[in-house]
Design a protein. Structure first.
Length: 276
């Protein structure tokens, strides 16, 4: 089923996730290659968010393997904190440090990458200030991309909803992630703001060739964004379309393929079928 081509970044093998007696993910097998930008869509409760959260072990799989850059991150021997530094994520719900400034929110991810000796940090040796200056410069560059540089010194909580979303994406990109996970990052935005955020997201991930999985509830976006479309249902990836096969498909085509793959219709899913 998979149209994956190129050097593999992630191999998902027999991924399962159970919450007590509920099977949320049911034996997912999928490969994701470097540079893939995947739009993930499916009915509510199909396992989309759980799937993304398993990819960086925010949810621990019940079974199966997730191999990231050749390393089985589900192994007890894997240092998952080190692997997570290569994975950026924007959640459905805001996850900003609202008591910190806009600039410091972006610098949080950068601090995780910089190693100080005890003496350097406590005594504020010259190397400390060199690294701090470099982090400030990089953080400001990111804020400028998202048109937030003018608000760098303001508390994150003071930003309007749309700008807080931009800030979360900027923070996720601060560590130069190999993989970016976006869980409905335009949810609850007004259409105009959502369109701006999507356009900016596309420009960055495609321009920097960042591998990205992006959950959306918009069928049209699922066909227009990125290079592949995953459609999930009942804990399975029932459709994986990319390349030439994806070009020219309409929402009706996607619905028909979903019917063939899942064995049911989506006619009663108002959110998924909306054009908002």
């Amino acid at each position: 089923m998979s149209p994956a081509k190129g050097e593999k970044l992630i191999e998902v093998k027999g991924l399962e996730k159970h919450f007590k007696h509920v099977e949320v993910l049911r034996g997912i097998n999928i490969d994701i290659c470097k540079g893939d930008v995947v739009a993930v869509i499916g009915p509510s409760g199909s396992g989309k968010s759980t799937f993304l959260r398993c990819l960086n072990l925010l949810e621990e799989p019940t079974g199966g393997q997730i191999v990231f850059e050749g390393v089985d991150i589900t192994s007890k021997e894997t240092k998952i904190d080190q692997m997570r530094q290569k994975i950026g994520m924007v959640f459905q719900q805001f996850n900003l440090f609202t008591n910190m400034t806009v600039l410091d929110n972006v610098k949080v991810g950068l601090h995780n990458q910089v190693k100080y000796t005890t003496a350097t940090g406590i005594l504020r040796l010259p190397s400390y200030f060199v690294k701090e200056r470099a982090m400030n410069e990089k953080a400001m560059e990111l804020l400028k991309i998202f048109d937030l540089d003018g608000e760098a010194g303001q508390p994150a909580s003071s930003l309007p909803y749309g700008k807080q979303r931009k800030l979360e994406i900027a923070r996720a990109l601060a560590t130069n992630p190999k993989l970016l996970l976006l869980d409905e990052h335009t949810a609850a935005l007004d259409p105009a703001t959502a369109e701006k955020v999507l356009r900016l997201t596309r420009e960055i991930v495609e321009g920097e060739r960042i591998t990205c999985l992006m959950i959306t509830h918009n069928m049209k976006n699922a066909l227009e964004l990125g290079s592949r479309t995953f459609m999930m249902d009942a804990g399975r990836v029932v459709l994986d379309i990319g390349g030439e096969e994806r070009k020219g498909l309409t929402v009706d085509d996607l619905l028909e393929r979903f019917r063939a793959g899942a064995g049911k219709n989506l006619d009663n899913d108002r959110i998924l079928l909306s054009n908002d």
